[in-house]
Design a protein around this ligand. Structure first.
Ligand code: FAD
Length: 404
């Protein structure tokens, strides 16, 4: 595995770091960052700053206004941006839009790309991804999908009608459009299974029932519960092929969970830097905190957790860049990173003492953001379970790739 970062990528990383430092961190206290993410006015201002710096949507192809970064390129740039979560919003690389752009680029028709991907990639609009349902519907086990899409008539090419309930849908408030996952019956277009549909959020039949009050607060629009009541979409709204929804969900999630690792790793470094600075300056019992073994060891453990996370993430990105599906590598990276990053932020808070739980530093805020990461994009237990299935099947994960 080659760890060399090309010069132009290092330049981009440095530009991103400068952007975060000079343009974004001074805005972190802006009151327009609400418990349900930044207001739309604030978000658009942030995107305008990133646009001026040439940093909007660096992950999408150049024809859509991006820089066409590969997965390792994203690993470098997203981590740099993650140093301030607001920067990931400014650069339009946050969830769920980033994953939606990836999916649209991969499987959208040319017409769908023009209609949905282009404005999304420019940062002018937001989107949401509707898969999860309240119990007893799809959650950790997506195959429990209850939302159903049925043809509205027997004639070929008839519209689909979608009904069901979705929840924990990030960004639904204020989103321009949704990618909706629903189960379908066998059809002339494909087998029974799950299908993804594109729908404008102002379509009749999409009802936002409530916005949930949650622990985290950075994601634009917060998280909502949605009722789909006879949402009618034409055949041309099918994203990709009928019956391929679960496969596309994996194609979206493997890289999307990795980009969460990238962004939150940057946030973990921020917490660690703040704790290190405090451990150098603050004294107790006659010496700086960091000189006490208990604190020094926490800093050392942070450093090792950050290092291990970066290696796991980089390896998974490398596998994806080779064109492999990378499902297991991204599962492992997701568990390693989400748990290690959590420990880093928790230790950083401990080192800061009482200061850590105030909003005088960003650490308390990051603590609230990081906890849900062990649940979304697959809870740790589900990833462990799926890794175990593979271990039992194959006798252990293949050794790291040595040949193409
Ligand atoms: C902040 C946040 C944002 C989200 N955004 C979106 C979004 O935009 N769109 C969307 O569709 N969804 C979204 N989700 C939903 C998320 O994907 C689900 O929460 C996740 O898939 C888990 O589903 P669940 O909450 O229904 O948990 P459940 O399915 O009820 O599972 C509960 C717990 O059971 C345990 N468990 C489950 N299966 C196993 C197993 N096989 N072995 C051992 N333990 C197991 C795990 O500990 C799990 O946490 C978001 C969630 C959060 C927290």
């Amino acid at each position: 595995m080659d760890f060399t970062v090309p010069g132009e990528l290092l330049d981009l990383k440095e530009r991103t770091e400068r952007f975060v430092r000079e343009a974004i961190t001074p805005l972190e206290g802006d009151i327009r960052l609400t418990p349900h993410g930044p207001t739309e006015e604030f978000r658009l201002e942030l995107v305008a700053l990133a646009r001026r710096a040439g940093l909007v949507s660096p992950h999408v192809g150049r024809e859509w206004g991006g820089l066409g970064l590969d997965h390792r390129g994203k690993a470098v740039v997203f981590e740099a941006a993650g140093y301030s979560p607001l920067a990931t919003i400014a650069m339009n690389i946050f969830a769920p839009d980033e994953g939606n752009m990836h999916l649209l680029e991969q499987v959208g028709s040319e017409e769908q790309k023009e209609r949905y991907l282009r404005p999304l990639a420019s940062g002018d609009v937001r989107s949401c991804f509707m898969m999860t349902e309240p119990a007893p519907g799809a959650g950790a086990d997506p195959s429990m999908l209850l939302t159903a899409a049925r043809r509205a008539g027997n004639t070929p090419g008839a519209d689909f009608e979608i009904s069901g309930t979705k929840w924990l849908i990030t960004g639904a408030i204020g989103a321009e459009f949704a990618i909706v996952m629903a189960k379908n019956e066998a059809d002339d277009l494909g087998p029974a299974g799950a299908t993804m549909f594109l729908a404008p959020m102002n379509a009749p039949g999409i009802h936002i029932e409530r916005v949930l009050d949650t622990l985290d607060g950075y994601m634009s629009g917060g998280h909502a519960e949605i009722r789909l009541d006879g949402l009618r979409v034409p055949e041309s709204a099918v994203l990709g092929k009928v019956g391929e929804g679960f496969r596309y969900a994996q194609a979206r999630l493997a890289p999307a969970r990795l980009t969460h690792c990238m962004r939150w790793l940057g946030a973990a470094r921020r917490a660690h830097d703040i704790a290190t600075d405090y451990a150098r300056r603050r004294t107790a019992f006659g010496k700086p905190l960091g000189e006490h073994e208990g604190v020094g060891f926490m800093l050392a453990d942070n450093e090792m957790d950050i290092h291990t996370s970066r290696l796991a993430m980089w390896h998974a990105a490398w596998v994806l860049d080779r064109g492999e599906h990378g499902r297991h590598e991204s599962s492992m990276a997701k568990v390693i990173c989400s748990e290690a990053i959590w420990r880093v932020v928790d230790r950083s808070m401990q080192i800061l003492g009482g200061l850590g739980i105030t909003d005088d530093t960003i650490v308390a805020r990051l603590f609230r953001e990081i906890r849900p990461f062990r649940i979304y994009d697959g809870p740790s237990e589900v990833h462990r379970w799926s890794i175990a299935q593979r271990v039992l099947r194959t006798g252990g994960l293949a050794e790291p790739h040595t040949r193409r």
